[in-house]
Design a protein around this ligand. Structure first.
Ligand code: FMN
Length: 221
């Protein structure tokens, strides 16, 4: 069992993470710290281990300026010179897709065969258990998982005493078009899921406002 000190440390980190609305333009996250945050995203769990995501770190000032009017929710990040990470989801991750073949072959180190047990189990999981019955359903399933990577990155940043903000406040199709026009994504292959900013705050940490534990948690049995 963990010690009370260890438990309190986990809870303190959860309180420490808050949605930052003003970043200090004079303080940048070090490359080593940013790498650790991105690693926490890369190592996030995903269904069947298919990792249906990719992270774009947007440093290019021209692109950031073009994103600003399309991503009002990222205003503090862009104004404050914080690191902006755009999380993409992979489209069309089904049992016989090139992405599945890549994961099975290159990551799991197993010969890929769409008729093999592993691939068929994945097919049954998506179609029978989850009831994914359209390409849109499959893409929503992939997109949901990107939020696990997002959460891992936010928690990792907090553990390193780095401030962050998750960002959904952007025009999805306009940002997708912009990234495609810049040749950064093929929109048939990748969708824009969610963003996050990382930097150092230029404000006080806001205390948490949350529903009570007993309203949120119900123990059965
Ligand atoms: C998926 C998601 C999207 C969010 N989008 C934005 C956003 O676009 N801009 C922003 O300033 N905050 C955004 N937030 C921050 C929330 O408003 C904030 O997390 C919530 O009010 C709770 O406050 P706390 O994070 O400080 O505890 C987002 C949060 C989440 C989880």
């Amino acid at each position: 069992m963990a010690t009370e000190t260890e438990r309190q440390s986990v809870i303190a980190t959860a309180h420490r993470r808050y949605a930052t609305r003003a970043f200090d333009p004079d303080r940048r996250v070090s490359p080593e710290d940013l790498r650790a945050i991105l690693e926490a995203g890369r190592l996030a769990p995903s269904s069947f281990g298919y990792e249906p995501w990719k992270f774009l770190v947007v440093r290019d000032e021209e692109l950031r300026a073009e994103l600003a009017p399309l991503a009002v929710g990222a205003g503090a990040v862009l104004r404050g010179g914080a690191e902006l990470v755009i999380i993409l989801f992979k489209r069309g991750v089904v049992h016989d897709s090139p992405h599945a073949a890549h994961i099975v072959t290159d990551v799991l180190g197993v010969d890929f065969d769409p008729d093999a047990d592993l691939s068929q189990m994945f097919k049954g999981f998506q179609e029978q258990l989850l009831g994914l019955s359209s390409p849109e359903d499959v893409d929503h399933w992939a997109q949901r998982q990107t939020y696990i990577a997002l959460a891992n990155m936010l928690s990792a940043a907090a553990a390193l005493d780095i401030d962050s903000v998750p960002v959904e406040g952007f025009a999805v199709s306009a940002v997708t078009d912009l990234l495609a026009a810049r040749g950064l994504i093929d929109p048939a292959e990748w969708g824009v899921s969610v963003m996050a900013g990382f930097g150092y705050r230029a404000e006080e940490i806001r205390p948490k406002r949350r529903r009570d534990y007993d309203e949120v948690v119900q123990v059965i049995g």
